[in-house]
Ligand binder design. Structure first.
Ligand code: F6P
Length: 477
């Protein structure tokens, strides 16, 4: 039996959410919360739970079902992935936001940290790139390091119309036609909505291999759909284990009791903290492999909760600004601010129980006491000690923090982490009484871009832009 089906192994691999340092017993009663604070929200928590259950039953949270109902899709993905591994040297994701950050986070978490630099026989698949910007220098630089004839491009867009992704796709399409001729069709795979947008129609007309993002799954909640599963499988990641981890966490997070439900507890305490003006949510993994999880979480938390209007239409200006940090690196850059600056943050540490590899610090310079004490320890011991020490320093300075620990980084625990943070976000949305699944605030910028580039239908917006007050040269130095 595969390891992720063993209840005992699952139990060993269960992610732990430690909220001691959010509580008054640890950070003091001025900053910390008590059981009574949480219990006082009982009705609101119950109402939010009921909404989650009802929305899920009504099909409003299809992303939560991704770990359970995709066997057919998984089989197609595995078949495609195997075929691609045999024929391509590079696999490039064209996408942005929710169509890029999840694939990047999972790949970095689960494959070698210098995956692309390994020789082909030591990699689980082709070299992997995520092109999530339209910086011309970056696009040109990628073209310098890939062989178009041996590269497959996975264009991912839920809406099928995001300007950045479509521009990248148009460039790649033209480049492939020029460089390899009619065979280019096999070098493009589309991942998009079954109906919406331009990409699905182009993919059908052109005959690309296409994977569908289910209708009820929004971009930032789509990592466990083909958006993330195909790139992961192509790079040799066990996507069944990833989904099993997410399913395991989902079940834990079905419980109505906030004291038993890790996602609800995270959301409730963040909600209480927001109520006290903690407007910044720092995510600080103590593992380079989890660095991009902080990026993925930043979009999830920011786009989901940053809302002007409540569900009942009042102006609430909700949200918490996500900040990305990396332990230990940012101890030497940001932690000074976290311990002594404004009391406006909640830090979420992401820790690792056991690192996958270990490096010994040799016993050298034994006559230099200031560094000799390091000799004989491992780097794993050092990074873990630094994490504990930073948690302690923050606690002593009365700063709020959580610690989420992955017993080890593997597909099962990473799947759990994705589902945990998505449910946390959705539940925080319920508590804040906002829509955690839309992003109306990005429309103005998108429309202005369309107008500036002359998209038909945006003439009025172009005029509006042209009639804005000219910039005052006196304010430009
Ligand atoms: O997958 P799409 O539709 O191209 O969208 C990319 C990203 O753009 C946004 O719509 C914001 O502009 C995100 O919500 C989304 O993840």
């Amino acid at each position: 039996m595969t390891r992720y089906r063993h209840p005992q192994w699952q139990e060993q691999m269960k992610i732990q959410v430690d909220y001691n340092n959010m509580m008054a017993d640890y950070v003091g009663k001025e900053e910390g919360f008590t059981r009574q604070h949480i219990e006082a929200l009982a009705d609101q928590i119950q109402g939010a739970h009921k909404n989650m259950v009802e929305k899920r039953a009504a099909g409003g949270m299809d992303w939560r079902n991704l770990p359970f109902h995709q066997e057919e899709v998984v089989q197609q993905i595995l078949k495609t992935a195997e075929e691609l591994r045999n024929r391509c040297d590079a696999f490039v994701v064209l996408g942005i936001g929710g169509s890029a950050l999840g694939p990047l986070a999972v790949q970095t978490a689960l494959n070698h940290l210098h995956y692309n630099e390994l020789p082909a026989d030591k990699r689980g698949g082709p070299r992997f790139y995520v092109l999530d910007n339209v910086d011309p220098e970056r696009v040109a630089a990628l073209f310098d390091v890939i062989d178009p004839a041996q590269t497959v491009f996975n264009v991912i867009s839920k809406s099928g119309s995001t300007a950045e992704t479509m521009a990248q796709f148009m460039i790649v399409y033209q480049m492939l036609r020029e460089k390899i001729g009619s065979g280019y069709v096999a070098q493009i795979i589309a991942t998009t909505d079954a109906e919406k947008g331009n990409l699905i129609n182009i993919a059908r007309d052109e005959g690309y291999t296409t994977f569908i993002i289910p209708a009820g799954v929004g971009g930032r909640y789509s990592e466990l759909s083909p958006v993330g599963l195909l790139p992961a499988a192509v790079c040799g990641i066990d996507i069944r284990e990833l989904l099993a981890g997410a399913a395991y966490m989902d079940r834990l997070c079905e419980q109505a009791d906030v004291f038993a439900n890790p996602a609800y507890m995270l959301a409730v305490l963040q909600y209480l903290a927001m109520g006290r003006g903690k407007n910044i949510s720092v995510m600080m993994p103590y593992a380079d492999s989890l660095k991009y999880f902080a990026d993925w979480y930043a979009q999830l938390w920011a786009e989901s909760l940053g809302k002007r209007l409540s569900l009942s239409g009042e102006e609430v200006f909700a949200g918490q600004t996500p900040v990305k940090a990396l332990g230990t690196t940012d101890q030497h850059s940001q932690v000074q601010l976290y311990t002594e600056g404004p009391f406006d943050k909640v830090v979420t540490f992401l820790g690792v129980g056991r690192y996958r590899t270990e490096v010994n610090i040799p016993r050298v310079f034994e006559n230099v006491p200031g560094i000799a004490f390091l000799g004989g320890h491992t780097l794993g011991e050092l990074i873990t000690a630094e994490q504990l020490a930073t948690e302690y320093a923050l606690m002593k300075a009365r700063r709020l923090s959580f610690t989420i620990t992955l017993p080890e980084i593997n597909a099962f625990t990473v799947g759990q982490l994705i589902q945990l943070l998505e449910i946390q976000t959705a539940f925080a949305g319920e508590l804040l009484n906002i829509n955690a699944f839309d992003q109306p605030g990005v429309e103005e910028g998108k429309n202005a871009t369309y107008a500036l580039l002359g998209r038909p239908g945006y003439e009025a917006k172009k005029q509006e832009l042209a009639s804005r007050p000219p910039k005052n040269p006196a304010y430009i130095i």
